[in-house]
Design a protein around this ligand. Structure first.
Ligand code: SF4
Ligand code: SF4
Length: 71
């Protein structure tokens, strides 16, 4: 199973990754963090293909992709 890890310290809450994910697995947090950013949240690995489109889209290099075995 593939997954992503979002580095909240780097995320500026721009939302580009939420648009990029074909599976709609990334959303923005409802509440701002200590820096005032509504950071990206990974909603779960069940449908993640490890395609890395989210990470490629991120201008702040805040997303790491871990590609696992496809089921
Ligand atoms: S790796 Fe692909 S499927 Fe997984 S969260 Fe990122 S864009 Fe979505
Ligand atoms: S594209 Fe990067 S900076 Fe923008 S919301 Fe997603 S993780 Fe955060």
């Amino acid at each position: 199973m593939s997954k992503i890890i979002i580095n909240e310290a780097r995320c500026k809450g721009c939302g580009l990754c939420t648009i990029a994910c074909p599976q709609k697995l990334v959303t923005l947090s409802d509440t701002p963090n200590s820096m005032g950013y509504t950071v990206a949240v990974f909603t779960g690995p069940e449908k993640c293909t490890g395609c890395a489109l989210c990470a490629e889209m991120c201008p702040d290099v805040a997303i790491m992709v871990y590609k696992g075995e496809n089921k």
